[in-house]
Design a protein around this ligand. Structure first.
Ligand code: FAD
Length: 498
């Protein structure tokens, strides 16, 4: 008798979706999470009355009967739901020369562009039409219906033939970069920068590195379903997934770090925790990244050498500097929630420190901060290389956070004002570096995810060369982001269902 039918290593969005669905399909499931808080990149944590999102804060389609968001589809099937707060404009992009309000509502978005560049707005419309056509075709096939093996073929042919037919005219751009769509439709430099920026926010790569379906899905969902924030913060999504897992008899063990995946005669037999406990199961699903799974959870001899090397050579997007602040809110009554600040137009938007993302979720859900306060998360890309916990660490950390403070000054000009060494506004300050990110999220070099550029490869699937070992999360198909990580969990669970 095995301890479980399935062990899931990690409780990121991909792991929780796979675990919850497999429990729902009748399997005995144990999810083991290293951290004391579940959720991985999407977890929230509390300090002195402030509820901080550690990563994502931008969501579409978490509610609504016809939502295409895979997270919503999983919550539905688990019998769970969350409450959300819709909002529009979805954010403000602050360029050195001006600030631009971004609306989910597509005509409104274009009207704003038109004020800056009438010709650019016309070109943007052509670009959007091309991508929304692809989105309309993709929309007919819900992620929850998919699996990742050959059995998908009869399912598609039996149930989704009209949707497949709709896809045919769009096949040329399904594997293409959105940069090729942009090249064919948009010449205006201002709009091209806007598209590059939105791609960078989505995939960590600019338009020529980002695949067209990813952008089509983002654009389609945000214009159709609108943008919304979960009541209680990003952690509310994680809590709902955990409730769903437990409702169907699955178990989540937090503070349970898995040291090794155990094999016998080349097949999975279970895992060993860092406390030396052995948990047996014929199936193990790793939600750790591709690098962490193959480098730390298996011995080198467990995998074919060339396969292992190719997997470990997967390029990685950089990590982050994070600034989490709890601030006093008087005088900030008109604050909005999402901001992107580009400091210098002469520098590439991907240059670390140049593009800063800011989210102030207490604007939507006041309960995330004590009365009279706001909670802020600001972050920017930062390479992992060069970071060490040595005597210069604290000073380097403080210096590197200044680009985030400078970005915040575009929105809250007096954020750094102080009197007698005491800040007027800031009551809690937490600065995170790539080392912090790597440590708390157990992610190789604290990376955002694989840097697999369109046309230069595809994200690997859920399968591995080891019988009984599978992978989910943002280093598997379809890629980075909460909806994509959820989709990876669906694909894996549906494939293992029978
Ligand atoms: C700053 C930031 C902002 C983002 N913003 C957005 C956004 O607005 N919208 C959006 O859709 N996406 C956003 N993303 C991306 C999104 O959050 C991630 O792609 C997604 O959450 C990753 O999920 P995952 O399933 O890959 O798991 P991960 O989040 O990587 O979680 C993996 C889990 O496995 C655990 N684990 C690893 N190794 C072990 C082990 N050996 N034993 C036990 N447990 C282990 C880890 O502790 C972790 O909890 C953002 C990401 C970041 C970092």
């Amino acid at each position: 008798m095995q301890d479980s039918d399935v062990i899931v290593i990690g409780s990121g969005i991909g792991g929780l979706c796979a675990a919850g669905l497999l429990a729902r399909y009748g399997k005995r499931v144990i999810a083991c999470e290293s951290h004391i808080i579940p959720g991985g990149a999407a977890h929230s944590f509390r300090r002195r009355g402030f509820e901080f999102d550690s990563g994502p804060s931008f969501y579409c389609g978490l509610t609504g009967a016809e939502s295409l968001n895979p997270v919503k589809q999983v919550l539905d099937i688990l019998g769970e739901s969350i409450q959300v707060i819709p909002y529009d404009p979805l954010g403000h992009y602050h360029f050195p020369e001006s600030t631009f309000a971004v609306y989910s509502q597509i005509e409104r978005y274009r009207q704003e562009v038109q004020k800056i560049t009438p010709q650019g707005a016309k070109e943007l419309q052509r670009y959007e039409a091309r991508l929304l056509g692809l989105y309309e075709a993709m929309k007919g096939i819900p992620t929850l219906a998919l699996r990742a093996d050959w059995q998908i073929i009869p399912i598609l042919l039996r149930h989704y033939l009209p949707s497949l037919a709709k896809m045919l005219p769009h096949l040329p751009i399904v594997q293409a970069s959105v940069g090729s769509v942009m090249d064919a439709t948009v010449q205006d430099p201002w709009v091209r920068r806007l598209i590059d920026l939105e791609c960078f926010l989505l995939s960590g790569l600019k338009a020529h590195g980002t695949i067209a379906p990813e952008v089509a899905f983002m654009l389609g969902e945000r214009s159709r379903a609108g943008v919304e924030y979960p009541v209680g913060g990003s952690g509310a999504i994680v809590k709902a997934l955990v409730r769903g897992l437990e409702r169907w008899g699955g178990k989540l063990r937090t503070g349970c770090h898995i040291e090794q995946i155990l094999l016998s005669s080349g097949k999975v037999t279970g895992v060993q925790t860092s406390q030396g406990e052995i948990i047996s199961a014929p199936i193990v699903i790793s939600n750790a990244s591709i690098w962490d799974t193959y480098n730390h959870l298996l011995r080198p001899e467990d995998l074919p050498a060339s396969y292992r090397q190719a997997a470990l050579d997967t390029p990685a997007v950089a990590s982050f500097m994070h600034l989490h602040l709890g601030i006093r809110s008087p005088g900030l009554e008109n604050l909005t929630g999402h901001h992107v600040v580009v400091h210098d137009s002469q520098q590439d938007i991907t240059t670390p420190g140049n593009t800063c993302m800011i989210s102030i979720p207490s604007v939507w859900d006041a309960k995330l901060a004590p009365a009279g306060h706001h909670v802020i998360h600001a972050y920017t890309l930062e390479p992992y290389a060069g970071w060490e916990r040595n005597e210069g660490y604290e000073q380097k950390k403080r210096e590197k956070a200044q680009t985030l403070y400078r970005a915040l000054e575009r929105i809250i000009p007096d954020i750094r004002d102080a009197c007698g060494g005491r800040s007027h506004r800031v009551v809690v300050e937490l600065i995170g570096t790539p080392l912090t990110h790597a440590h708390y999220l157990r992610r190789y070099q604290g990376t955002y995810g694989p840097a697999i550029a369109a046309g230069q490869g595809t994200f690997p699937g859920y399968n591995t060369p080891i019988p009984g070992l599978y992978r989910v999360g943002d280093s598997t198909m379809p890629g980075i982001g909460v909806p994509a990580a959820a989709a990876s969990g669906i694909l894996c669970a549906n494939t293992l269902k029978t």
